[in-house]
Design a protein around this ligand. Structure first.
Ligand code: SF4
Length: 405
C-alpha cells in the first residue's frame, strides 16, 4: 500500500511543565516568532495556545503551549484540566523541567503520556541560569529511557538537536497516511465519486474528504470522475468500461445504492476515511450495536472539530433522527466536540459514534476512542452508522472487509 504524507491533519506537539519554566519562550524559539506571551510572572499562559509551523524534516506541525501544571489555585486547577485534556489530542510531548526538578508532578504527567502512548522527551530549560548537572540529567534520562536535552532560550544552540530528537520520536501514524484506495485500484481504472451539491455543500468548493479522494486516485495513476447523484444513472448507462469503485456521500447512500449495479463495489467517503485513520475493526464490530439499543441508552457523538456546520447537522440532527426511527427507542444523545471533555464516565454510554475526523490524525482519533474501547463500549463512526441504518452496511464495507462479520 502506498503512503502519502498528510498535510491537512498536522501532528500536534504539546509542551508541558510547571509555571515559569520557559515553556512559552521555548515555543517561541522553536517557531522562531512570538506566538505565546512570555513574562516572568508565573501562570502567564492560561489557555492552551496553538501555532502551526514548518519544522525541519517533519514538515507542518502544530505546537501546543499549555498552562503550568503546578498551580494549586481554583482557577489554576481549571487550567491544569485544560492542559491535561490536550494530552489526548497530541502526537508527541515535550516535558520542560528546570534544574533537574523531577518529582510527583512530572511523574504523574509521564504516567498520563504512557497511558495514551504519547512519546515524549525532556527539555532541561534555563541552563543559562541553572548550571547543568550532567550526572543528574544522565541518571534521569537513563531511568526514564527518554532523551533529555539541555536548552536555553537565550542561547538556543541545541535547537537543531531538539528538532532531530523530535523527528526520531514522532510516530509514523502521525506523519503518514496509508493511501485511501491504493490496495483496491490499479493504474488507469475508473473511480466514480458521487457528490451531492445541496444546501449543505459549501459554496464554490469541494469539501475536504472529496478533495482527499480525488488526490488519492490521481496519486495511484487511476482516473476519477465526479457526478452529482442526479446525473449518476445517465452516466453509468453511457460510460465504458464501468467504474471499479463508486464512492458516495453517506447521505445519498440509499439512492446511490439503488442506482449502482450490485457488481460494482460501492462505499462512502466517511467509510473510506474511517478505514484510513479510524478504529476500523472496532467500528465493524461496534456498528451492529445500533440494532440492540434500549430505551434510555446514552449515545455519545464525538466530533473532532467545532466549526463545520454540515457535520454539526449530521451529528446533532440527522443521525439522532435516523437512529430514533431505526431503533424505535427513546435514546439520550450527548455531543462532545473538538477538545471538549466528556461529561460522564464513558461506561455510561451504550454507543460512541465518531465523526470522520478529517482534520485530525489517526493517533488523535485512537486516543479519543481509547477509553470507550477499553471500557468495552461499542464504537462506530458516522458513515458506518448511516450505512447500517439504511441497510447497506454490508455492501458499503464489503470492499474493505478482510473477513465476514
Ligand atoms: S473533523 Fe469531524 S466534525 Fe470536523 S469536519 Fe471533519 S468529519 Fe466533520
Amino acid at each position: 500500500m502506498s503512503l502519502n504524507k498528510g498535510k491537512d491533519a498536522k501532528p500536534h506537539i504539546g509542551i508541558f511543565g510547571r509555571r515559569n519554566y520557559g515553556k512559552s519562550s521555548l515555543i517561541n524559539t522553536l517557531a522562531n516568532q512570538d506566538i505565546a506571551i512570555v513574562s516572568d510572572i508565573p501562570g502567564t499562559t492560561t489557555d492552551p495556545v496553538k501555532k502551526s509551523m514548518e519544522m525541519a524534516n517533519l514538515g507542518a506541525v502544530i505546537l501546543v503551549d499549555t498552562a503550568g501544571i503546578d498551580d494549586d489555585s481554583p482557577l489554576g486547577k481549571e487550567r491544569i484540566k485544560k492542559s491535561l485534556l490536550q494530552i489526548s489530542q497530541i502526537d508527541l510531548a515535550i516535558l520542560v523541567i528546570v534544574n533537574n526538578v523531577f518529582d510527583r508532578i512530572e511523574e504523574e504527567l509521564i504516567d498520563l503520556f504512557a497511558k495514551q502512548e504519547i512519546p515524549y522527551l525532556i527539555v532541561q530549560n534555563k541552563t543559562d541560569i541553572f548550571p547543568i548537572n550532567l550526572e543528574k540529567s544522565n541518571a534521569l534520562s537513563a531511568r526514564l529511557q527518554v532523551p533529555l536535552i539541555h536548552f536555553s532560550c537565550s542561547k538556543p544552540e541545541n535547537v537543531k538537536v531538539l528538532f532531530e530528537e523530535l523527528n526520531k520520536l514522532i510516530p509514523s501514524s502521525s506523519l503518514q497516511f496509508k493511501s485511501l484506495l491504493g490496495d483496491l485500484i490499479q493504474k488507469d481504472e475508473l473511480v466514480l465519486l458521487v457528490t451531492p451539491i445541496d444546501s449543505e455543500a459549501p459554496v464554490g468548493r469541494m469539501i475536504l474528504p472529496q478533495v482527499q479522494l480525488i488526490r488519492d486516485v490521481l496519486d495511484n495513476h487511476a482516473v476519477v470522475v465526479c457526478v452529482r447523484e442526479t446525473e449518476l444513472e445517465a452516466f453509468l448507462t453511457k460510460v465504458r468500461p464501468k467504474p471499479v469503485l463508486v464512492i458516495t456521500d453517506s447521505q445519498a447512500f440509499e439512492l446511490v445504492d439503488k442506482i449502482v449495479p450490485p457488481e460494482i463495489p460501492l462505499s462512502s467517503f466517511s467509510i473510506v476515511l474511517a478505514r484510513q485513520k479510524g478504529e476500523f475493526e472496532h467500528y465493524l464490530k461496534g456498528t451492529p450495536k445500533l440494532a440492540e439499543l434500549h430505551d434510555g441508552d446514552r449515545i455519545l457523538m464525538l466530533e473532532s472539530c467545532t466549526h463545520h456546520v454540515s457535520c454539526d447537522d449530521i451529528g446533532q440532527v440527522k443521525i439522532p433522527k435516523w437512529l430514533n426511527q431505526f431503533s424505535g427507542k427513546e435514546l439520550i444523545y450527548e455531543m462532545a466536540s473538538g477538545l471538549e471533555g466528556i461529561s460522564r464516565p464513558i461506561a455510561d454510554y451504550a454507543l460512541v459514534i465518531q465523526c470522520g475526523g478529517c482534520v485530525i490524525t489517526q493517533k488523535q482519533i485512537k486516543n479519543r476512542l481509547r477509553p470507550a474501547i477499553e471500557a468495552g463500549v461499542a464504537v462506530t463512526n458516522y458513515g458506518l452508522a448511516i450505512a447500517f441504518m439504511h441497510g447497506i452496511f454490508h455492501r458499503a464495507t464489503a470492499p474493505f472487509r478482510s473477513q465476514k462479520i
